[in-house]
Design a binder for this molecule. Structure first.
Ligand code: KG4
Ligand code: ZN
Length: 354
């Protein structure tokens, strides 16, 4: 089954062609970072317009790179939510209409489910075993921080989530306070490598009480106060604050993952979403948790079309698809998703990519 995957939930246009028998055949990503840079954040209307500009040429680009044509496609998968309404509408309208014109099936994909499944499409280097169901998933992106129990594909229980900011959002805001640019995660991680993590001690929010929820807004305030108390900031000050901040986020996520493993007895943990590209987080979880930790290569951690094609392919294989209505959901709790019948079997039958 040959699937076109379309991601347009925020500020990245991602297209990919995935074959359930041969794996990922091609992908393309266009980032709008430069477009939004002057505004200090993503401007929804500009994001939608730029997705419109890129989506058609990028569709041709990935088909050509895969050595395929539109008539070879068996299905179209597009991100239906959660995300920015206007941005989602571009991918959903394009994807649904294209499928109708070609007489093939279309499926609206949940963006966070696609993140969660990405490490199953392409395991991290040196990781030759796939996670066994049931497994735990730490979803850490710009909009979400969640600990999820994956009982079977499509059957998700939220064990804990952020009561305020997402982990990625905290990275972005902390970076902005130190003029490190956007996205903040990679910028903070780079500065942290030159920093001394013991000069400042940042809090580990909500780790001293039971439960698996997170909070990152206090860390943001602590960063703001530290930045204000050390003006003007030298390069070394920035590196030291970045190192202490990163360590606090990593530690907080680690403590909650450890607690979730103890609470559930589950020994497979998947990390997914943009923040799972963070080296310090990967290292801490992989070396200090009593679990097999799985994550995707960097390009599949942050937003991309390949994860949408893969998640959509699994649902299309399970005979799920959407009717002609174009439905987008800016807010869409994962627990509302339908189970994927025979998910484990389908997974075993679909090609993974190295
Ligand atoms: O999953 P993603 O690409 O988009 C959303 O669905 O939100 O995640 C983007 C987030 C941004 O907040 C970005 O700063 C963060 O992921 N991020 C990182 C790293 N790379 C991206 N955070 C920490 N360390 C990184 N290396
Ligand atoms: Zn994302």
């Amino acid at each position: 089954m040959l699937i076109l995957g379309i991601e347009t939930s925020c500020d990245e246009t991602g297209l990919a062609v995935y074959d359930t028998e041969q794996g990922l055949l091609s992908e393309a990503l266009y980032s709008q970072i430069d477009l939004h840079a002057d505004y200090g954040g993503v401007v929804p209307e500009l994001a939608s317009r730029d997705h419109i500009r890129k989506i058609t040429p990028m569709t041709h680009q990935v088909l050509e790179a895969a050595g395929k044509t539109l008539s070879d496609l068996d299905g179209v998968a597009y991100t239906a939510g959660p995300g920015l309404m206007g941005a989602l509408l571009v991918g959903a309208t394009f994807g649904r209409s294209l499928a109708w014109a070609l007489g093939i099936k279309a499926i609206g994909v949940h963006h966070m489910e696609a993140h969660l499944l990405a490490p199953l499409l392409a395991p991290s280097q040196g990781q030759d075993t796939a996670p066994e169901l049931p497994f735990l998933a730490l979803l850490v992106s710009g909009g979400h921080t969640q600990l999820v129990k994956v009982t079977s594909l499509g059957n998700y229980t939220i064990l804990g989530e952020s009561v305020d900011d997402a982990a990625g959002e905290a990275f972005d805001k902390a970076a902005k306070m130190m003029n490190l640019g956007y996205p903040g995660g990679p910028a903070i991680a780079a500065a942290a490598t030159r920093g001394n993590n013991s000069r400042f001690t940042f809090p580990r929010p909500m780790t001293d009480r039971p439960g698996l929820d997170f909070s990152f807004s206090g860390l943001k305030t602590f960063t703001l106060n530290t930045v204000a108390a050390n003006q003007p900031l030298s390069e070394q000050d920035i590196a030291d604050i970045a190192a202490a901040f990163e360590e606090a986020v990593v530690d907080t996520l680690f403590i909650k993952c450890k607690r979730a493993i103890k609470q559930t007895g589950i020994k497979d943990l998947v990390m997914a979403g943009g923040v799972s590209a963070n080296k310090a987080l990967r290292h801490k979880l992989a070396s200090d948790l009593d679990a097999n930790v799985h994550y995707a290569p960097n390009a599949l951690c942050t937003d991309n079309g390949a994860m949408i094609a893969f998640a959509g392919a699994l649902r299309l294989l399970a005979d799920q698809s959407n009717d002609l209505a174009i439905n987008t959901k800016p807010r869409w709790p994962m627990i509302e998703l339908a189970p994927i019948n025979n998910g484990a079997e389908l997974l075993a039958r679909t090609a993974r990519s190295a």
